[in-house]
Design a protein around this ligand. Sequence first.
Ligand SMILES: [Fe+2]
Ligand SMILES: [Fe+2]
Length: 174
Amino acid sequence: MKELHQAINAHLASEFQASHTYLAMSIWLREKDLAGFSQYMLAKSDEERGHAARMIAYLVDCDAEVELPTIAAPERGWPTLLGLFDQVYVMERGVTASINRLYSLAESQGERSATAMLDWFVAEQLQEEAEARFVLKRLRLAGDNSAALLLLDQQFLEGTALAHVKGSGSITGA
Ligand SMILES: [Fe+2]
Ligand SMILES: [Fe+2]
C-alpha cells in the first residue's frame, strides 16, 4: 500500500477515537442532566464518524484498501465540565497535528487529490479548535455560577451557544 494511503488509514483511528470519546462525554453530561451540552457532544460524535467516512470514501475512490482500527473504550473520569472541555481542546489539537502531517506527506508526494480532500479538514479543524476555545472561555467566565452554566446549557439545547463562532468562516457538510 502507498505510504500516503497507509497514513490516511492510520489517521482513521483519530477520527473514530474522537467519535467514541465524544459519545462517552455525551453520556457523562446526560447523567449530570446537562442536556444541552450532552446533545452537543452527541452531534460531535456523529460529525467525527462523518469525518472518518469522508476519508474512507477517498480511499475507496483511490482503489486503496481500507483498514478499520480497533477503538479503545474512552476514559470517563472527568473531574469537572472545564476538565472535560480541556480534553476536547487537547484532542482536537492532536487531530489537527495529524491532519497537518497527512497534508505535508501528500504535498511531498505531489498527491493533488489528497491535498484537495484534506483542504476541507484543515478548515474543519480551524473551526473545531475555535469552538473548543470559545466554550473553554465561556466556562471560565461562568466559574462556579450555576445560573451561568445552566444558561450555556440552554443555549446548546437551542443551538445558539456557538452562533458567534459559527458565524466566522463556517463550513457545511460536517
Ligand atoms: Fe474530526
Ligand atoms: Fe473534531
